[in-house]
Design a protein around this ligand. Structure first.
Ligand SMILES: Cc1cc2nc3c(=O)[nH]c(=O)nc-3n(C[C@H](O)[C@H](O)[C@H](O)COP(=O)(O)O)c2cc1C
Ligand code: SF4
Length: 461
């Protein structure tokens, strides 16, 4: 049976960004139902029952997270994470670009359930057009009385503001986001305290991703049982997937959680195969931070469980970056490492230095001056950073470790072949030019005596 879209149901409908069209297709009925017929606690229970898990990357159960808010709180804030800076990911942008009111209705329901007084939508600064689309929709919703005082004639009031970020990856991390919202440098905070206890302006705060919130109107309208009937047992509900790279139809698609990578790349409803029928060399399936799948691992299901069987960090954002057979894996590694070295905020030594060292090693390999020992060295570094071993404030270095480690482990033979060939070429060139081999290893384009090559900026030899 053909899957009927839930989150993208209004895409392609003329005027889908307007309140008039959104309402004509049942919009804001779920929010009205929640606010006028349900208590906040009942909404939280329904969301818990639906097993909705956060779509921002970590997959934490949404209702459970809301349940951490202290019972006796005076003020609650809701931060809507629309930073979406994970490479290869654009499902939030696509959704809001076409259907901004679905997000706004989700915010209204989440706000009511968590007794939020003010919601802040933190949008990354590069989304210029989407910012204006969303602001227009918010103005319309205010004018209709869906935000502001006494919504639907109840005593619930909610204000909502859109705040534009300044373009840093780490501002997508929830506490970096809150620092940035408060007007400070977007440096993640040490936890605990967790945001539910002490978040924005030191008050209890909920942070949720755009897609997570967009699921709420549907859960309230159709019920938790309907929601859990979609997807796989531990991974309920619809999901937005994106593809980029040399596929025939890159884009944003909707399917139940648990779609295989093969279906996403080759399915008629999805990306319809590779350009020029080239082979898939690899897929980074969840945004960059989850790690890589080889061309032999395309049966991996994109849900919260199966990805772990393939050595990935998690589902992530389900934004798939596809590589074809022509991709040079050394350049892929260097690009990945460069991103994290650039985006580390620098507070934690292991992250700041580790991402920098990984980039230096990756660049050396890509520049043709790699050594076999570099492969072990870079893998070792990936185990010496991150929240998992308790060595950092936020998860950015965990997200750096997984793609780098899995790329080196899964394509090791290819790296070794390149390195051996380059070493052989260097020796041959040295013999021909009669320069002693000890002086022939190029480091950053210079000739330096052996024994000094790797000590410089790396601090490791
Ligand atoms: C470095 C880093 C960047 C992140 N970027 C984003 C982001 O752009 N969008 C997002 O929703 N979550 C991002 N997250 C996850 C958030 O910290 C948080 O878990 C999420 O917004 C919670 O929402 P959810 O429970 O609805 O998924 C990031 C986490 C880290 C460590
Ligand atoms: S782990 Fe890295 S990005 Fe996160 S706070 Fe520490 S230095 Fe900054």
């Amino acid at each position: 049976m053909k899957y009927e879209p839930v989150l993208l149901k209004n895409v392609g409908v003329e005027g889908s960004r307007t309140l008039r069209v959104y309402e004509s297709r049942g919009g804001y009925a779920a929010a009205r139902k929640a606010l006028t017929q349900m208590s906040p606690e009942a909404v939280v229970e329904e969301v818990k029952k639906s097993n909705l898990r956060g779509r921002g990357g970590a997959g934490f159960p949404t209702g459970v997270k809301w349940g951490f808010l202290p019972k006796d709180r005076d003020v609650t804030y809701l931060c809507v994470n629309f930073d979406e800076s994970e490479p290869g990911t654009f499902n939030n942008r696509y959704l809001v670009e076409h259907d901004p009111h679905m997000l706004l209705e989700g915010i209204l329901i989440a706000g009511f359930a968590t007794k939020t007084v003010t919601a802040y939508i933190y949008i990354r600064v590069e989304f210029h057009e989407v910012f204006h689309i969303l602001q227009r929709a918010l103005d319309e919703a205010y004018a209709a009385g869906y935000f502001g005082k006494n919504i639907f004639g109840t005593d619930y009031s909610l204000d909502c503001y859109i705040h534009r970020g300044a373009g840093a990856y780490v501002c997508g991390e929830e506490t970096g986001l809150m620092e940035s919202l408060e007007g400070k440098r977007g440096w993640p905070r040490i936890k605990p305290p967790f945001p539910a206890i002490e978040g924005l302006f030191r008050k209890p705060t909920v942070v949720n991703n755009v897609e997570t919130l967009a699921c709420l109107p549907h859960i309230i309208e159709r019920g938790a049982d309907w929601f859990t009937s979609i997807g796989t047992p531990g991974s309920a509900g619809p999901k937005l997937y994106t593809t980029s790279g040399p596929v025939n139809r890159p884009g944003c698609f909707e399917a139940p959680l648990g779609l295989t990578v093969r279906e996403l790349i080759y399915g008629d409803d999805f990306s319809r195969g590779m350009v020029g029928n080239k082979k898939v060399k690899g897929v980074i399936p969840g945004g960059l931070s989850v790690g890589i799948l080889t061309g032999d691992e395309l049966d991996c299901r994109l849900d919260f469980e199966d990805v772990r069987n393939y050595g990935l960090l998690g589902l992530g954002t389900a934004g798939a970056i596809v590589l074809n057979e022509d991709a040079d894996i050394r350049r892929v590694l260097a690009n990945v490492a460069r991103f994290y070295a650039h985006e580390s905020c620098g507070q934690c030594t292991h992250c700041r230095e580790g991402t920098g060292w990984m980039y230096q090693i990756a660049r050396r390999i890509a520049d043709g001056a790699g050594r076999e020992v570099d492969l072990d060295l870079i893998i070792e570094l990936t185990f010496n950073m991150g929240m998992m071993p308790g060595l950092s404030i936020c998860g950015l270095p965990d997200g750096a470790a997984y793609p780098i480690r899995t790329i080196v482990q899964k394509y090791r033979a290819e790296f070794e072949e390149h390195i051996r060939r380059e070493e052989a070429a260097r020796v041959e060139a040295a013999i021909k030019s009669r320069v002693p081999a000890a002086y022939s290893l190029p480091i950053w384009g210079q000739f330096v005596p052996q024994g000094k090559q790797a000590t410089g900026g790396l601090g490791v030899a």
